[in-house]
Write a protein that binds this ligand. Structure first.
Ligand SMILES: [Zn+2]
Length: 113
């Protein structure tokens, strides 16, 4: 026991691990794409900037990096969308509450029906 031959260290060749959404300037994952431009093969010229600290970068990346970047952006979109839906639902609840209060204030009686 104790003899670990570390089978994990050599298994990551070809696996893209750079996260394009991570900003080297401020370490936040808020980097946004400014433009994509297909170059050759699966290479893309990707311009990015960080809204948090103003970091800007343009570089060539493989398609795999672009794909995981977009997955990250999609996840953010989903989060924003969830927030929107939640806010809207709260507004509707608020309106229903006001409507119910208005009904009570107008004293609609059961015998009106
Ligand atoms: Zn930054």
């Amino acid at each position: 026991m104790g003899m670990l031959d570390s089978p994990h260290s050599s298994g990551s060749i070809g696996h893209w691990t750079t996260r394009l959404e991570l900003c080297p300037g401020c370490d936040r994952d808020m980097v946004q794409p400014d433009s994509y431009e297909p170059l050759w093969g699966d290479r893309w010229l990707i311009a990015r900037s960080c809204p948090n600290c103003g970091w800007e970068h343009e570089g060539v990346f493989p398609h795999a990096a672009l794909r995981s970047f977009e997955e990250h952006l999609d996840a953010i979109d989903d989060r924003l969308w969830d927030d929107l839906v939640r806010i809207q639902r709260e507004l509707i609840d608020d309106e229903v509450g006001r409507f119910a209060a208005a009904l009570q204030a107008n004293a609609i009686l059961p015998e009106d029906f």
